[in-house]
Design a binder for this molecule. Sequence first.
Ligand code: IBG
Length: 243
Amino acid sequence: MHVRQTKLDSFQPTGNQELRNMSGKPRLTYLNGRGRMESIRWLLAAAGVEFDEVYLETKEEYDKLIKDGFLLFQQVPLVEIDGMKMVQTRAIMSYIAGKYNLHGKDLKERALIDMYVEGISDLMQMILMFPFSPPDAKEKNLESIKERATNRYFPVFEKVLKQHGQDFLVGNKFSWADVQLMEAILAVEEKLPTVLSGFPQLQVFKTKMSNVPTIKKFLQPGSPRKPPPDAHYVETVLKVFKK
Ligand code: IBG
């Protein structure tokens, strides 16, 4: 039996010159597309942090990362940051949010931000899986996204914003929850352009978010923001992660 060994020193900076992240910028390893990395790109960009990216294009490249002990659970996203090789999207984002002061002023604000973020992530999960739907399930899955966005998730944030009348979701201060909601609004609107019609507060929120300087920059052409998944991207995902 072949046992694949995960290096226990995977949280130490590697001594390998070729692999060491020399620039000081976080280095993101994923595919050249949105997938599970896009929310991390959003959060770093919102925090005003520049980053480098490595795009996996073949199964061999992915297998080599595993063999070299880079991936704690044999999965990407991988983010090399502050000498760590971080995996697990939530852990990565929580670290970034903490580091850049986007995680609330105390534990209770953090708890609320986490609840908002997790709710929005559940909606984003449906959007993430959508490109992989079989053709005969596409219409039904799109309808589910619409139903969940308009009946479950968007009403929560519409109400929160209306009740406190502030610009941001938590503590009158820009946080991870705002970034995550903005990403979700744009992702749902891409599929359902009129989805915000019954949500006036979210429309205002979207405009304000678009004018936060770091977000404004991320929304401009040429930023690290990825386009919606296309057939080539879906094919690459299936090829790289083929068992
Ligand atoms: N809990 C992990 C996280 O949040 O980071 C899950 C990571 C994960 O599923 N990674 C996938 C992977 O490495 C790539 S994203 N798979 C290989 C394996 O052996 O598990 C793939 C994906 C896409 C879109 I793109 C929807 C769902 C998954």
